[in-house]
Structure formats: C-alpha cells, structure tokens
Design a protein around this ligand. Structure first.
Ligand code: ATP
Ligand code: MG
Length: 497
C-alpha cells in the first residue's frame, strides 16, 4: 500500500512533468511558427508589392503620349507645360495604384535623366515637381546597366526623396529609342505593414502564453486535486487495512499464546504420563530387588524361631542373625534410596559422571533384566567422563531404552539375550549406545517409532511415548539427539549430546 502511494506520487510528478513539457513544446512551437509565418508573410508582401509596382510600370505608357519617348531625346525637346501635364497624369496614376512615385528615364552616355515623373500631393502643392531631363545623380550602377541587360530589376535604394522599394522595366519605342519606367513604394510603407504584422504576432503570442498559463494552472489544480483525493482514499484504505492487520495480529498472537500454553501443558502431561509408566516399572523392579533380601530375612527369622523352640539358640547365633537381618534391611533401604533419587526430579543442571547414572539404573533394573535371562554389559566407558545437565532426565532416557530392549528380548525365545551399553567421546560429543539382539524394528515402522503414542505393544503394556519423550528430552535439555539404526541381530539406539 505504501508502495502504491509512492507510485501515485511518482505518477503525479510524471504527469506534471509531461504536462510542463507539453506546454513548453506548445510554447516554443508557437514561437517558431510565428517566426516562420512572419518570414513567409514578408516574402508574400514583397511579391505583392512588386506585382503592384510592375502593374503601375506597365500602365504608365498609357498615361504618356504614344510618341513621347521618340520625342524626349534631348533636353529641349519637351516643353514645361507638357512636363506638367505628364506629372499630373502620372501622379493620378500613382495615387490610384497606390505607389509613391512613377517615373520614366533615359540614359545619355553614362548618365540617367528623368523624362517624366509623378509628384506627391505635397510636392504638387509646393510646386516641387521634377523637371524634364533632370539629372538623376543617385542612380546605381545596376540601373545604369539595365538598358544593356534588358531585364526587369528590383531594388531597394535611398535617394534624395527617401528609401524605396523600386521596380525598373526597360522599354524600347518602335523607332528603337530606349527608356526605363520605374515605380516606387516607400520602405516605411512596407515596414509599417510588417510592423503591424509583428504586433499581431506579438499579441497572438502573448495570448497563447496567457492561455497556456491558465491551462497549465487549471491542469495542475485538477490533477493535484485528483491525486490528493486518490492519496487520501489510499491512506484511508491503508489505515483500515493496518487496523485490520493489527486486530489480526493481536488475535494471532493470542492464538499462538494459547496454543503454546496448550502444548506446554500437553508436554507436561506427557512427561507425567511417561514418568508414571516408569514408576510402574520401577515398582516391579523394587519388588524383584526386595524378593531376595526379604526371603533371606524370612529364612533367618524362621531359623531363629526354630532354634529357639528347640532351646538351642545360642547368643552368638542370634547376634549373627540379627546382623544379617540388619544388613538385608540396609540393602532394601538402599534400593529405596536409589528409587527415590530416581523419581525425585532434580530440575537443576549439575556436573555428573555418566558411569554414575548407568550404575544407578543398573542397580534398579539389573535384577529384573537378569531374571529375563538378559545379560547386560557395559563396555568402552571412560569412568571419569563427566557431563553437565539434569541427571534424572538422562537416566529417564536410558531407562526407556533399556526397558524397550528388555521388552523386545522378553518376547523372543532365543539363547544369549544381551544388552550392551557403551559410552564414548567422539569429536567432543558424548555418545551412549544401547544395543540389543531383540530382532530390531521392521523397516516399515522404523520411521514412526519416535511419533507420540506409537506403540506395537498390547494395550496396558505400552503407551508409545517412551521414545518420543526421550528424543524430546535429548533435544531440548541436552541440545543433542536420539537416533535409531538396526544391527544384524537387533536394535542400536544412540544418544548423542
Ligand atoms: N529395542 C527395541 N527393539 C525392538 N522394538 C523396539 C525397540 N525399542 C522400541 N521399539 C519399538 O518402538 C515402539 C515405540 O517405543 P516407545 O518406547 O516409544 O513406546 P512403547 O515402548 O511401545 O511404550 P512406552 O515406552 O510408552 O511404555 C515400541 O512399541 C516397539 O515396537
Ligand atoms: Mg518404551
């Protein structure tokens, strides 16, 4: 969700960027467009002005006497009056066509002379008209070459009347007298039109910029509003989802806690169950261990009573018997002590010798196993091997394994039943192996034996938690493991820690 907001922010920035780029592109392209259109319009304007000048030039001949340029060959050949009439006619023409001046010229040697010319209204009023055969001193070299080239000429030049755009066309009378007709417009006139056009473009440009700014402003406002609405929506969703997650988290935490509590309770229950089962076994072991001293005590008591009834009970004999009975009682008491020691949970870690645990267990279980014709041997043991941990738990594991081996062997009808216990230190790890020749565990069930409640024993004889508990103890309390492997004749359980 936070990623979505980030994406949203990024896309908002991107949209703004794209919009700004778009507006810039529009702005610059409109400027470029203005420049292009200014120059095309300037060209068009020049062309149309040249056309106007050309048509003025071409019409000029109609306003002059047909033979005028056959006659206008020298300074004296045209009278002042005729020149005035020509001036008036050409002025009218210039006025109606819309050009500044129309005039005709001839070339004598290398010089250009006016033969007729229009005049502006002001000039007419002030009687400042151009004289017939007036010398045109500002004539450009190009103009002087015109009659030789015999081509229409376009020129921008400055003379005593101002700066003009001019068209010159060379003509020839039937008699072969050459003359030039020219027509001018003032550059100011063209510049005025162009200035007006530039003004127009400028105003349009400003309008476009203004429009773009307004457009950009509204676009930003709209997108900002939309994005902030979207962001708000997303944030609300995030809040809701966070709350949902928190609630879910809380309920999960609660559930986990409950399950943990349950599993701890179950574990405790299992330990208790296993302990009770072991205590049952222990009681039967005690019964076995006690039978022999009890029998001896009983026999001794019967003997005393017999001797007493026969009046042959000597003091020394009584003393011996009493000592013997005391010894037997001492033995029984020791058995009880060992049992109590085993049953009483120590709960605390301490340093202990592995051989001590094994001896204690054998004190309790040895007789019972021997009664089942099982030979128990302890090999490869370092008598001083010490470990740290809860001794009663390790004993519980070894008792489980020994009773399993005992149970398996008891089922069999074979000679030389044995259980071998070995203790080794391999790579700084303690390894206690309990091997038997009880036939082992069928392959198809061997991977289930560590499951809780898995037993092959009939009801009442096994709960199926012995191995499960033992492995659990090794893992949790000794940071070790309990593994099973089969041998040719039976099972091999290995405790490593
Ligand atoms: N040494 C062994 N030889 C043959 N089978 C064994 C041996 N040890 C364990 N098993 C098999 O593994 C099963 C599970 O053993 P486990 O100690 O977990 O339970 P149990 O002995 O059946 O019951 P419990 O120990 O709870 O009284 C046994 O029922 C038995 O089939
Ligand atoms: Mg068992």
């Amino acid at each position: 969700m936070y990623k979505m907001i980030k994406n949203l922010r990024n896309s908002y920035k991107l949209t703004n960027k794209i919009a700004s780029i778009f507006l810039l592109v529009v702005f610059f392209s409109s400027i470029i467009n203005s420049y292009i259109s200014y120059f095309t319009n300037k060209t068009i304007l020049y062309k149309s002005i040249d056309k106007k000048l050309e048509s003025a030039v071409l019409t000029t001949n109609l306003f002059l006497d047909k033979k005028f340029h056959d006659r206008a060959i020298s300074k004296e050949s045209i009278s002042k009056d005729e020149n005035l009439i020509n001036t008036l006619n050409l002025s009218e023409l210039a006025n109606s066509v819309g050009v500044e001046y129309i005039y005709t010229m001839v070339q004598r040697d290398d010089k250009i002379y006016f033969t007729s010319s229009s005049a502006t209204k002001k000039e007419l009023k002030n009687n400042e008209i151009t004289d017939y055969f007036e010398y045109y001193g500002e004539a450009t070299p190009l103009l002087k070459n015109l009659l030789k080239n015999n081509k229409t000429m376009y020129e921008e030049s400055t003379d005593r009347w101002g700066t003009f755009r001019t068209v010159f066309i060379p003509f020839s009378t039937k008699n072969g007298n050459k003359y030039i007709v020219g027509a001018d417009v003032k550059i100011d006139y063209i510049q005025n039109i162009l200035n007006k056009y530039i003004q127009k473009i400028f105003i349009t440009q400003i309008l476009i910029i203004f429009l773009l700014i307004i457009l950009g402003y509204f676009f930003m406002k709209i997108t900002k509003k939309e994005f902030s609405e979207l962001k708000e929506q997303l944030e609300t969703e995030i809040d809701i989802k966070t709350q949902e997650l928190e609630t879910l988290n809380n309920s999960i935490e609660k559930k986990v806690e409950e399950e943990l509590k349950k599993s701890v309770e179950k574990e405790a229950q299992l330990i208790q169950q296993s302990k009770l089962a072991q205590m049952g076994d222990m009681l039967s072991m005690i019964a076995h261990q006690w039978r022999q001293p009890l029998n001896a005590i009983s026999a001794s008591a019967i003997n005393i009573s017999l001797l007493s009834s026969m009046k042959t009970l000597e003091d020394s004999k009584l003393q011996d018997s009493s000592e013997f009975i005391q010894n037997q009682c001492q033995k029984m008491s020791e058995i009880i002590d060992t049992f109590m020691n085993f049953v009483k949970p120590s709960k605390e870690s301490k340093k202990f010798k592995v051989i001590h645990s094994i001896n204690e267990i054998l004190t309790l279980m040895g007789t019972q196993l021997n009664n089942k014709n099982i030979e128990v041997s302890v090999t490869e043991i370092d008598k001083n091997l010490e470990v740290v941990g809860q001794e009663d738990l390790l004993e519980q594991v070894i008792v489980n394994l020994l009773s399993n081996s005992g149970d398996a062997l008891d089922e069999l009808n074979i000679e030389n039943k044995f259980i071998n216990i070995s203790v080794e230190l391999i790579n700084e790890m303690v390894s206690i192996k309990i091997e038997d020749n009880g036939g082992g565990i069928p392959k198809e069930i061997s991977d289930k034996i560590f499951n809780p409640y898995f037993t092959t024993k009939e009801q009442g004889k096994g709960t199926g938690i012995g191995l499960y508990m033992s492995r659990d103890i090794m893992k949790k309390s000794f940071n070790g493991d309990l593994k099973y492997s089969d041998t040719d004749v039976g099972s091999n359980f290995e405790i490593v820690f």
